[in-house]
Design a binder for this molecule. Sequence first.
Ligand SMILES: CC(C)(COP(=O)(O)OP(=O)(O)OC[C@H]1O[C@@H](n2cnc3c(N)ncnc32)[C@H](O)[C@@H]1OP(=O)(O)O)[C@@H](O)C(=O)NCCC(=O)NCCS
Length: 167
Amino acid sequence: MISSCSLTSELLLSFYGKGAKECPSPNERIKLVFSKSKQFDLIELEQLLQSVGWSRRPLRRVRRALDNSLLKVGLWRHDEKFPRLVGFARCTGDGVLEATVWDVAVHPVYQGYGLGKELMVYVMDSLSTMNIERVTLFADPGVISFYKRQGWELEPNGRRCSFWYAN
Ligand SMILES: CC(C)(COP(=O)(O)OP(=O)(O)OC[C@H]1O[C@@H](n2cnc3c(N)ncnc32)[C@H](O)[C@@H]1OP(=O)(O)O)[C@@H](O)C(=O)NCCC(=O)NCCS
């Protein structure tokens, strides 16, 4: 059961910044909030990404990558003293024509309740506010259907394919 929202707009603004939005929660005692301006604790962020099986990265490089990103979204479990980061996504891009979504993750304890889908809706709404024309992402084989269910089209489909080159 997903509970409705109950945090005031004043609280959202003061704790989580402009554009913050409450996320429907699977448990009425747990309040969840999307923010694109609340600062991340890098260690907490890396712990979240490691919890979904991704390897550790040097924090200084992560900081620079975040600084250079177009959009960074945190999904926070609200607590006035110790809000916890339970989901994350970021986008790179030129800010006008193209954006690419990276590092979409929901902590394993919070997976399977529709939060990943809500996270993507918040990311896409935020990019839409910026008038970005086209959004791309690279999906691991295990999550292709997660994106397909949300309307993403799988390439190449005979029309285009991607190349990558490890630098
Ligand atoms: C992928 C991920 C973000 C999904 O988050 P989540 O909160 O568990 O997803 P949701 O509960 O919102 O699921 C939404 C829908 O996608 C489906 N889904 C969720 N994870 C899926 C997966 N790995 N593969 C296929 N479908 C998936 C759900 O069954 C649900 O389907 P429904 O709409 O028919 O009910 C999360 O599992 C995760 O962090 N995985 C590890 C990191 C990762 O692989 N990220 C993607 C990088 S490309």
